[in-house]
Ligand binder design. Structure first.
Ligand code: ADQ
Length: 453
């Protein structure tokens, strides 16, 4: 087998390369270790140079990292406006938040074509290419246009809504046609695969999507959690809780994560279950992400106001209902908080998968596990039906779920948790990558390699 070429918008930073910190870096760790491999993408830097940029090369632990810079104009049009301002809301079912502009669409296509040209120069005939996420939908076709005939797979980390919704974006049909260049398209859930295949069918194209739910490295995360509950930060949190039960939320500050709805759910819980007042603490960690996009600024204001209102209404002089942090907390500290939490409250309005839910399960102490309260609309929900599942739009349902979770007996907690844990340990990140690459190898090829001499 040839080299494995991973392509994603961002490549792991030099620090993440040495110490994978969640997401893709963890997911691909095993796959990259298998043989020769190269990871290609944006360096994270901006340059003033308008032509095709030079590719920076670096090797860490047997993996070659090849990166290119973007200009400020490309970064704005391709990444900020088109990927995060158009595709992200659209694919999270929020058409109303989509700010379409034809100029950004053109920059998106331009950057994808440039990625293809720079990557093409590094390719060898037997390479297997695996492209990741919505920033790079057209990349496969752009590579085919340059004569690449080998295997190209694609994995989409975010949800796929029905075609009737996706088609509201001008250019959606073209993206769909471009995706035919991939030998296999992986998505997170059966629902996503059905929606994408249905879209292909409706447009007279070939169905190429399959469900490959992403996982974590549960062994590594459990070890981290066990170590991290013994750290000074965990002691400080424990002391500050003074015996109150801990409800924990961990997300990027993003409107797909349902944070205002979650806070309103907690408010309803305070109002309707006064017996819990003074006996619980809700800690929400939500570091600011994409802070330069208007919708994210508005979300932050909304959460500041909700936190103030709820704390103002229910706090005692010696007790605060919500602790809300928009600063990042390091992963090796967070893992211990997961283990200490009596309840994880994870209520996205839509989420491709949600790995925090899986990490929470992996971090629990089998003797006294906590309860996962999870949105029906997380991609993880179909696999994790032993969680207490809620509709995040219903504040009263969140309130009832919190009460149920906080009063659940040990036996039921253990029964639910051990089923969840079994699943998390079976469908790991390593399994996900191997499973996808095997299916890619077996998929009927889109392009025929030219005949040899
Ligand atoms: P994200 O939207 O970033 O990822 P998620 O899967 O929850 O969401 O988290 C990815 C990683 O980031 C996890 O390892 C998690 O621990 C970490 N993380 C999240 N919030 C954090 C915080 N506040 N502090 C520190 N670390 C945090 C996208 C999709 C998801 C999909 C993943 C992987 O939106 O639906 O599960 O890709 O495919």
């Amino acid at each position: 087998m040839g080299r494995l070429i991973i392509v994603s918008n961002r490549v792991p930073s030099p620090r993440e390369r040495l110490q994978p910190a969640g997401g893709l870096t963890v997911g691909l760790k095993d796959a990259l270790r298998g043989g020769e491999s190269l990871w290609f993408g944006w360096s994270g830097n901006q340059s003033e140079f308008e032509g095709d940029p030079a590719t920076g090369m670096d090797e860490v632990d047997g993996v070659t990292y090849a990166t290119i810079d973007l200009t400020a104009r490309q970064h704005e049009g391709f990444y900020q406006n088109f990927s995060n301002g158009i595709l992200w809301p659209l694919f999270h079912y929020r058409v109303g938040l989509m700010n379409y502009s034809r100029r950004d669409w053109q920059t998106y296509l331009e950057v994808n074509a440039m990625f293809a040209r720079c990557l093409r120069a590094l390719l060898q005939p037997d390479d297997v290419i695996w492209v990741h996420d919505y920033h790079l939908f057209p990349l496969g076709q752009a590579l085919r246009d340059l004569g690449v005939t080998g295997r190209i797979g694609f994995f989409l980390h975010i949800p796929v809504p029905p075609w009737s919704l996706v088609r509201s974006m001008p250019g959606a049909k073209l993206l769909l046609e471009d995706m035919q260049a991939y030998d296999l398209i992986g998505v997170q859930t059966e629902e996503d695969a059905d929606n994408l295949n249905h879209a292909f069918r409706l447009n007279g194209l070939t169905e190429r999507a399959g469900a490959f739910p992403i996982g974590i490295d549960p062994h590594e995360f459990r070890e981290q959690a066990e170590e991290s509950v013994r750290r000074e930060e965990a002691d400080r949190l424990r002391a500050s809780l003074r015996g109150t039960a801990l409800i924990l939320g961990v997300d990027r500050l993003d409107y797909s994560k349902g944070l205002p709805e979650r806070f309103r759910g907690y408010e309803a819980f305070m109002a309707r279950y006064p017996e819990h007042r003074g006996k619980v603490s809700f800690l929400q960690v939500a570091p600011v992400s994409r802070g330069d996009v208007e919708e994210y600024r508005q979300l932050r204001c909304q959460l500041d106001e909700l936190t103030g209102r709820i704390n103002g209404a229910y706090a005692e002089f010696d007790w605060t209902p919500i602790r809300y942090l928009t600063r990042p907390v390091a992963r090796d500290i967070l893992a211990g908080f997961y283990r200490m939490a009596d309840v994880a409250l994870i209520t996205p309005l839509r989420d491709g998968m949600n790995l925090v839910a899986k990490e929470y399960v992996a971090a629990q102490d089998a003797a006294d596990p906590g309860v996962l309260v999870l949105s029906h609309f997380a991609g993880a929900a179909p696999e994790m039906d032993e969680a207490v599942l809620v509709n995040p739009y219903d504040a009263d349902e969140i309130a009832d779920a919190l009460h149920q979770a906080l009063t659940m007996g040990l036996e039921e907690r253990q029964r639910r948790w051990s089923r969840l844990d079994e699943d998390v340990r079976r469908t790991t990140a390593g399994f996900w990558a191997r499973d996808f690459l095997k299916a890619l190898d077996e998929a009927p090829p889109v392009a025929t390699p030219p005949l040899g001499p």
